[in-house]
Design a binder for this molecule. Sequence first.
Ligand SMILES: [Zn+2]
Length: 349
Amino acid sequence: MRAVVQRGFGGPEVLGVETHPDPEPAAGEVVIEVAACGLNHLDVMQRRGPAKIPGFSLPHIAGMDIAGTVAAVGEEVSTVRPGDRVVVNPAVPCWTCPVCQAGDDGYCPRTKVIGATAPGGYAEYVRVPATNAHRVPDHVPLAEAALVPTVWTTAWHAIGPVGGLAAGETVLVHAAASGVSLAAIQLARQLGATVIATASTDDKLAFAASIGADHLVLAGAGTPHEKIVAAVKEHTVGRGVDMVLDHVGPATWPASLFSLAPRGRLVFVGDTTGPTATVPLEYAFHFGLKLLGSDPYPAREFTEVLERYWRGGLVTPVDREFELAEAAAAQARMEQRQAIGKVLLRPAA
Ligand SMILES: [Zn+2]
């Protein structure tokens, strides 16, 4: 098979197309012909180095969000058959350790992540445990199914199980045109919340409005946080928001913190602009602010998110599709923050 292999850390040039033997399924595993693989910022961060996820090793095949057709199944596989259309949950817990046995598989210390610590979907074929391959209904194209795993589970886990967003509340979502944000905006609207979205260009704001954002705030890299906070206060009659979803990090952290209403929740996940942010303690305790890290999702939530997505009414716009050999260009597109919606690789196209 052809695969895009990362053999070092650096720019897009460390990715090269190589020919490898097709994977063979072991017992309990399936091999999937990859129809589509969604890109994520983690792909880019792990390419630049240092590795983000414990267990990462070189050479590496990236690609966590995989949809395709089952090509072969190993022994003891009864849940899917060759020819089935499936989408992959990239998180692979061990299911046998005490943490998994207690139902807390998101924290399994032996978790592997397909496309992050195990070979992923930047390839014509990928090998995964059968329990991670979920059937895709006939009405959903595989190219759309490949957009769902990481961004929709990340967004849902953050604003639902972690943040507890409720009908009638107001949430601030940064970087509205990014994958996690476009999912969060739509999920928040489904939950009955009001959404204030920030983005760096008018095009991205128009996009945010098209997927349901109620209020728009133009905010680029150089926008002072006071300006964003003032706009948020204007849209909330001076009160601030009940929740902020921040997956950007230090660049948006002050705007997030100071946009909160008393007892507001700052739900944070991801650190694309740096590893450290500061909290003015007196401000935070005086206003009863809650800082909620969004941890890894358990497998059952992946199933819930798929069911929610398959029911319809949610969209994941595709920014652009690339052929397998164009993986470096696809990553560059994400890296330059030009994308509106998701970037897709089409290995078997
Ligand atoms: Zn485990």
